[in-house]
Design a protein around this ligand. Sequence first.
Ligand code: AMP
Length: 397
Amino acid sequence: MRYIDQIDLKDKRVFIRCDFNVPMDKQGNITDDSRIRAHLPTIDYAIKVGSKIIVASHLGRPKGKKVEEFSLKPTAQALSGLLGREVIFVEDCIGDEVEKKVSDMKVGDIVLLENLRFYPGEEKNDAEFAAKLARLCDVYIDDAFAVSHRKAASNTAITDFVKVCAAGFLLKNEIEYFNKAMKDPERPFVAIIGGAKVSDKIGVLENLIEKVDILIVGGGMAFTFIRAMGFGTGSSLCETEMLDTAKNIMTKAAAKKVKLCLPLDCVVAEKAATDTEIKVCKISEIPNNWIGLDIGPQTISSFADALKDVKTVIWNGPMGMFELEPFSRGTFSIAASVAASGALSIIGGGDTGLAVERAGVSEKISYISTGGGAFLELLEGKTMPAIEALEKNGGNT
Ligand code: AMP
């Protein structure tokens, strides 16, 4: 794998694959520009070293057709504002006109191409489409970590057609932080896994149990474990078809001497709403028809104890339905404990990143990943096609 700062970009046409899949309101205004900001170090560097910059991304799911609401035009304006220089928007991403615009570029010019997913070839990892993108540039830089678990023409096939390929700073950070935690972690190493369903994260739990010293399980998925221990879970989220999986995880944890921390108590409510009666109960006493929506105070302090003196933390998935204030305390308290631990802390998944921000501790987290699905697939130990393609073709000169 080569990185952007290891290659010569001067006077070169540099194609930077970004993830500008930003949230927008109905009027087409960008409601959160953090995905654009995440790529500024890479783009700024390309400007600084004197290249001609071609930026490309997908947005939404236009399914291979030109759909106006998924145009990247508003992103060009936002990017221009953030960089403090003009960004030329091109209303297509391949073809003669785009090639002409790109060949007229001067050093320091920045062009943003239209949504790559307006062509079906993008998501099909189509070689012909990739070759057309490749014609636009001398150097290919992949910075779009959040889509690196999906083969696309602009992150996989393109590397077969561009001679010089490398990772940008965002992708570099994602890979380096992840490797620091997973390849040779400073111990004790703890994983905190929460969120809605065990079924979404079986692969993650199975991979992590082989690597961590402590595994903390909270959120909706903990109720499947609680049921597997023989307790009633009322109307809480519980996947009965996952009971054996939960039992296997518990057995493996015991065999491998991994400390498995599960909730001791929980916050239950009659419905998932703010205007409802709530109470705290032990996990062995969840009333029928009530829903467990957060970890309770005893659990918060036992998880906080488990997080003392740890050296590496990986966290994905909230401890409860934190979006509603009455059920947010567990997630926010764990966020505070992670921040206070002083450990190398890596957080992934949009929900968990948001929770940490709302808890006001994001500054104290070592790294917040920009990938949701991509982060989970890394945690599962899967290979990422876009990263593999860069590794394979990164040595080209
Ligand atoms: P995930 O995408 O699997 O990380 O799940 C995140 C979602 O899980 C958030 O929207 C939370 O509201 C939800 N969640 C966490 N704990 C619970 C719970 N105890 N009951 C229902 N939903 C939950």
